[in-house]
Design a protein around this ligand. Structure first.
Ligand code: GLU
Length: 286
């Protein structure tokens, strides 16, 4: 765990793929306020590795929303698209530890395999990867590679657990949590198209930016099991975690990115002030 003498550093890490909504505002305020409370630093990071969905105008739109709601950050924002080399280095280390394996499955292959199983393993978001490519021999891997197929790289939860042993992480709302290496199954850690994933990028960059306190919505609590395991494997520091509640709509549903009605910009255009926006997001947190 990061030492308590280290200066508290938090970050807000949106993806520039849509307008920010009230849920983002709550996340940004939570991170900013924690840093302020501890006399620390608050940073902005653009999680823009999903280059097919990123749109250039959303970077400046996000910065403008933060300015208009009086949220200030230190340093120029880090763009994850400038960090692909660092993610490749991390993947290389995971390969050398043999805790990832190449996967050539298409979505259709996985669906077919799941249909053939009488009992498919399930995680919080549905069926887990059934492990098809884990059984590939060296020769089969070679055949796929020489046919020009690019693999994704999947986490080998079993091997990772053997290497790291039991792990825990600390969440300020929930206390100490034991890591379940298998919770998300053998997840893709490096996509075929971009060679990385949210999971590698976030863990590597939290360490790179000396983030002592990771603040984010409770919908990402399950991912932290994987992140903690990656930190142990990559030998990078373990931050403190704060998985906060989420801003919901009138039906109690988490705000979706596509819910433009609640975009910060549309509410500012309707005439809401920064204080009113802040009150609105804080009063809809569940
Ligand atoms: N990019 C993520 C989001 O917008 C943030 C993930 C994180 O804070 O780790 O929800």
């Amino acid at each position: 765990m990061v030492s308590s003498s280290e200066q508290c550093t938090t970050r807000f890490a949106p993806s520039p793929t849509a307008q920010l909504h009230l849920g983002h505002l709550y996340a940004a305020l939570f991170a900013r306020d924690l840093a302020v409370k501890h006399g620390g630093r608050f940073l902005l990071r653009f999680e823009d590795i999903d280059i097919t969905r990123v749109r250039e105008h959303f970077y400046s739109a996000c910065e403008k929303d933060l300015h208009d709601t009086e949220i200030q950050w230190l340093e120029p924002p880090l763009r994850q698209t400038t960090r692909f080399d660092a993610y490749a280095t991390a993947l290389k280390k995971l390969k050398s530890l043999k805790v990832v394996y190449p996967c050539f499955c298409t979505r259709k292959d996985i669906e077919r395999e799941l249909c053939n199983l009488t009992r498919a393993p399930h995680g919080p978001d549905g069926p887990l990867y059934p492990g098809t490519c884990k059984k590939l021999s060296k020769a089969e891997i070679e055949t796929n590679l020489s046919a020009g197929k690019t693999p994704a790289w999947r986490f080998d939860a079993n091997k990772a657990k053997k290497l790291t042993g039991e792990l825990t992480f600390h969440d300020s709302f929930r206390g100490s949590i034991e890591v379940n290496h298998h919770l998300l199954g053998d997840l893709v850690l490096a996509r075929k198209d971009i060679g990385t994933s949210y999971h590698i990028a976030v863990v590597v960059d939290d360490a790179f930016q000396n983030i002592t306190d990771v603040t984010r919505g409770k919908d990402l609590l399950e991912s932290t099991h994987l992140h903690r395991s990656l930190q142990a494997l990559l030998e990078i520091p373990e931050p403190r975690y704060h998985h906060h509640d989420l801003v919901c709509d009138a039906h109690g549903e988490r705000l979706a990115k596509r819910n433009d009605a609640r975009s910060i910009r549309s509410l500012i255009e309707k005439g809401l002030t920064a204080d009113e926006l802040i009150d609105l997001c804080k009063s809809n947190v569940i």
